[in-house]
Write a protein that binds this ligand. Sequence first.
Ligand SMILES: Nc1ncnc2c1ncn2[C@@H]1O[C@H](COP(=O)(O)OP(=O)(O)O)[C@@H](O)[C@H]1O
Ligand SMILES: [Mg+2]
Length: 279
Amino acid sequence: MERRPGIARIISVQSFKGGTGKSTITANLAVTLAQLGKRVGVIDLDLEGPGLHVIFGVSDDDVSATINDVLQRNVPISQAVLDLSHRLMIKSGCLLFCPAGHKLDEILNILTQDFNLSTFKKVVDDFGRIYRLDYIFIDSHPGVERDTLLAMALCDNLVLISRVDQQDLFGSGVMTEVAGQLKKPVVLILNMVPNSVNEKESKKITTRLAQLFGLDVLTALPFNSDVLESLSKGVFVLERPKDPLTRRFTEIAEKMLEAIESGSHEDYSSSGPASHSVG
Ligand SMILES: Nc1ncnc2c1ncn2[C@@H]1O[C@H](COP(=O)(O)OP(=O)(O)O)[C@@H](O)[C@H]1O
Ligand SMILES: [Mg+2]
């Protein structure tokens, strides 16, 4: 993964089926990278089923505009960007979040009003440039549909999430095929590996899948009942800093950083570009 200095690396997190852990993994990886000092932006592009605002603890009072307004009504991205760094206790890096509209009329609206690749590209470019981001994570709706294709077309790297499940895995094959046509590098994260599968077996499955799909299996994350029992309220790595799963997120983030050429960005203070700090 080569780094273009001064340009945010765009990471699209996708899966064929729903409920695989896209939003959970997006939030935890984004926060981990921010804790490691990176300037991280996150866009909720699951416009038909947004959920990241719940994980990040964002309430309607925090939000004055959403990514829907930015994409559909030309509202500047700065109006939709929430600076969660303080709330999430990020010290050296930052975490800026662009929520999606979760009300019924907003969701229905997106089904009837189109936005195209060039609009989306400009929005994502603006987000990266204005806030001097190192990484932009795009969380997605499951499956192959318009928005996921746009995110795939725009990203530098695709992170596919799959459970160890035949429906998921065959679907991941389909997603990989699309990514291949768009010439996008793909890594697979297996999530919710049943606890009955020990580490050795998990590695075996991982190797087999890597061969089958010809792609890089980044890691296999275990099913963790604390994640499920959190009811998607809060970011796991912040709630459970000593949990082995938190260590796994750090390892993934470090692997990502290792693979990307380092480049320095200018410091960005909170008095910089407009964003709504959520305390
Ligand atoms: N490793 C895991 N272990 C247990 N539960 C998980 C794990 N990852 C995600 N979950 C839970 O699975 C559900 C779906 O996760 P979510 O991130 O919303 O999926 P998606 O965004 O792909 O629809 C949530 O209740 C979440 O807390
Ligand atoms: Mg989701």
